[in-house]
Design a protein around this ligand. Structure first.
Ligand code: PLP
Length: 374
C-alpha cells in the first residue's frame, strides 16, 4: 500500500499538474525532434517552443522575445548576476540583500572573487528590504540591484516596484528572483518595471529542471552558456521542449486560477494559525504581515525544529526547518540570522508551505499533530 503523505512543503517543490504532464508526453515520444533543425520533422517542436514562449510571456505581461529558457531558478539567478556584472566594465557594483536564496548569494560571492564589489542590504526584523536602505547604498557605480520578490523561508513580499524605481533613477538595472512568487501572486513585469526576473517551473506545479529568465528588451547582459545559437545565442543548449511545454501549461493554469487558489490557500493558512492559537501553543510567525499565500514560518521558542520535523514525518507530514544540522553543530539559516531571530526561536523554527491541493483535513491533521508533539 502506498503511504499517504500530507505534503506541506510546497516552497521546496510542488506536484506536477496533470494537464502539464499530459502536454509533455508527445514531445518525449512521437515528436522528439531537435527544435533547431531545419527539416519538417522539427517544425512541430519549433512551433511548440514558440507557443510556450508566447504563453509564458502573456502570463507576466512580457513580450515573447523577452523570455529565455534556462534549467531553473538557480541558473536564471546566476545568469542575471554574472551576466550583468560582465556586461559593463564602467559600472561594476552589485547590490543585493543578505537573505536572498543561495543561488543569488553564491553568484555574488563568485563575482566578488573576480573583483566586482557587492553590497548586502539587511532586511528589517519582519523580513523587508526598505527602499531607504537601498537609497543609502546605491552609487553611480552600481550596475545591478537584485532583490528577491518574496523570501523562500519566511514568505515576506518585497516592495519590488519601489526598489526597482530607485535602481533606475540611479541608472542601475533591477533583477528580482521571483521563484517563490510566480504562479502564486500576480506578477506584471511592465507594471513593476523590472529588467530581469527569475522563475522556476517546479515551484508552480511544472516539471523540475526548467525555468526562465525574463530579460527586458534592450537590457545589456552577457550570454550565460556559450555554444549553439539557441535562445538567440544567449543560452546555448538543445531546447528541452517537453519541459518547456509543461512549464507553460502549468503557469497558465496557475495564473488562470490565481484568485481562487489564493483565497483557498489563505483560508487554510488562517485556519491553521487559529487552531494553533486556540490550542494554546506558544509561537511566533516570521515574515511580517505581507507574506506569500500559504508560506508559514513558525518559531516555537525553546523547541527543536529538527525534532518537530521528524515527529511530523513519522505521521507522514512533510515540512521544512529553519536550521540544518551538520555533524558538529546546528546551523541557523542565513535568513533567520538576517532578520535577527532570537537563537532559541530560530532553532525551533519550521516552515509549513501549503499549496493549491492542500485541504482543510490536511491543515486540521497538521495542527493536531503539532499540538501533540510540542
Ligand atoms: N530562488 C529561490 C527564491 C528559491 O526558493 C529557489 C529554490 O528553492 C531557487 C532560487 C532555486 O531554484 P531551482 O530549484 O529551480 O534551481
Amino acid at each position: 500500500m502506498v503511504k499517504r503523505y500530507i505534503y506541506a512543503d510546497n516552497a521546496a517543490t510542488t506536484k506536477l499538474d496533470d494537464e502539464a504532464y499530459e502536454a509533455m508526453l508527445p514531445w518525449l515520444r512521437e515528436n522528439y525532434g531537435n527544435a533547431s533543425q531545419p527539416y519538417s520533422f522539427s517544425r512541430e517542436p519549433k512551433k511548440a517552443l514558440a507557443e510556450a514562449r508566447a504563453s509564458i510571456a502573456a502570463c507576466i505581461n512580457a513580450d515573447p522575445e523577452e523570455i529565455f529558457f534556462t534549467s531553473g531558478g538557480t541558473e536564471s539567478d546566476n545568469w542575471a548576476i554574472k551576466g550583468s556584472a560582465f556586461s559593463d566594465p564602467d559600472h561594476r557594483a552589485t547590490i543585493t540583500s543578505s537573505f536572498e536564496h543561495h543561488a543569488v548569494l553564491r553568484s555574488c560571492e563568485a563575482i566578488e572573487k573576480l573583483g566586482y564589489p557587492v553590497a548586502y542590504l539587511q532586511p528589517t526584523a519582519d523580513g523587508t528590504i526598505l527602499p531607504e536602505a537601498l537609497e543609502g547604498c546605491i552609487t553611480a557605480n552600481t550596475r545591478l540591484v537584485s532583490i528577491m520578490f518574496a523570501n523562500n523561508e519566511i514568505g515576506s513580499i518585497q516592495p519590488v516596484k519601489q526598489l526597482c524605481s530607485i535602481a533606475h533613477s540611479h541608472g542601475a538595472l533591477f533583477h528580482t528572483d521571483a521563484v517563490q512568487a510566480l504562479g502564486h501572486i500576480k506578477i506584471d513585469v511592465k507594471d513593476l518595471g523590472v529588467d530581469m526576473l527569475s522563475a522556476s517551473a517546479h515551484k508552480f506545479n511544472g516539471p523540475k529542471g526548467i525555468g526562465f529568465l525574463y530579460v527586458r528588451k534592450g537590457t545589456r547582459i552577457a550570454s550565460y552558456a556559450d555554444g549553439g545559437s539557441q535562445e538567440r545565442g544567449f543560452r546555448a543548449g538543445t531546447e528541452n521542449v517537453a519541459s518547456i511545454v509543461g512549464m507553460a501549461v502549468a503557469l497558465k493554469r496557475n495564473c488562470e486560477a490565481l484568485e481562487c487558489n489564493f483565497e483557498h490557500i489563505r483560508s487554510l493558512e488562517a485556519r491553521l494559525i487559529k487552531k494553533l492559537f486556540s490550542a494554546g501553543i506558544s509561537f511566533v510567525r516570521n515574515g511580517g504581515k505581507n507574506t506569500l499565500p500559504g508560506l508559514i514560518s513558525l518559531s516555537f521558542p525553546g523547541k527543536d525544529g529538527e525534532a518537530i520535523l521528524h515527529r511530523l514525518d513519522l505521521k507522514g507530514i512533510c515540512v521544512s526547518t529553519g536550521a540544518a544540522c551538520n555533524s558538529e553543530d546546528t546551523e541557523i539559516s542565513h535568513v533567520l540570522k538576517a532578520i535577527r531571530a532570537d537563537e532559541s526561536a530560530a532553532l525551533g523554527t519550521i516552515r509549513i508551505s501549503l499549496g493549491k491541493w492542500n485541504t482543510v483535513e490536511d491543515v486540521d491533521e497538521i495542527s493536531a499533530v503539532l499540538n501533540k508533539v510540542l
